[in-house]
Write a protein of this length. Structure first.
Length: 139
């Protein structure tokens, strides 16, 4: 003998909207200032969301400061400058030097391109080296 009980016959038919359905209040059951209350709740949620984003961003920036990423010159240049250097320079040390030079000299993207293609910093002897630590000062 099966002990299967059909619940379908025991549950009254329900509408998905309106008062008295058990699903939610009907429009006549809402307080008169419901729209204002809802707007205030939405405002609170948005404000909380923005505060959470700011806190997360602040924590990330603090972490970048601690590990030394923020002060890199490439991070302070426009995205186009950074992409140009990534495309044209294979050595990270050169990228850092050209980024620093672009920042200190206020180079446009065209100036930066010209400097990289003409190997300006290599010709001027400004590439990475250990001369200060290996060659004694004679002064």
């Amino acid at each position: 003998m099966s002990k299967h009980i059909s619940t379908r016959s025991h549950i009254p038919a329900q509408s998905t909207t309106g008062a008295g359905t058990g699903i939610g209040p009907g429009a006549e059951d809402l307080p008169p200032n419901y729209a204002e209350i809802l707007d205030e709740v939405k405002r609170e949620v948005r404000t909380g969301y923005v505060r959470a984003q700011r806190a997360a961003n602040t924590a990330m920036i603090a972490m970048y400061w601690r590990i030394g990423i923020v002060q890199q010159a490439a991070a302070q240049l426009p995205w186009g400058h950074t992409m140009l250097m990534l495309d044209k320079l294979e050595v990270t040390a050169k990228l850092d030097l050209y980024a620093a030079a672009a920042l200190s000299n206020g180079w446009s993207r065209a100036d930066l391109t010209q400097a990289i293609e003409s190997k300006l910093l290599e010709r001027k002897g400004l590439t990475a080296h250990n001369f200060p630590t290996t060659i004694p000062d004679r002064s």
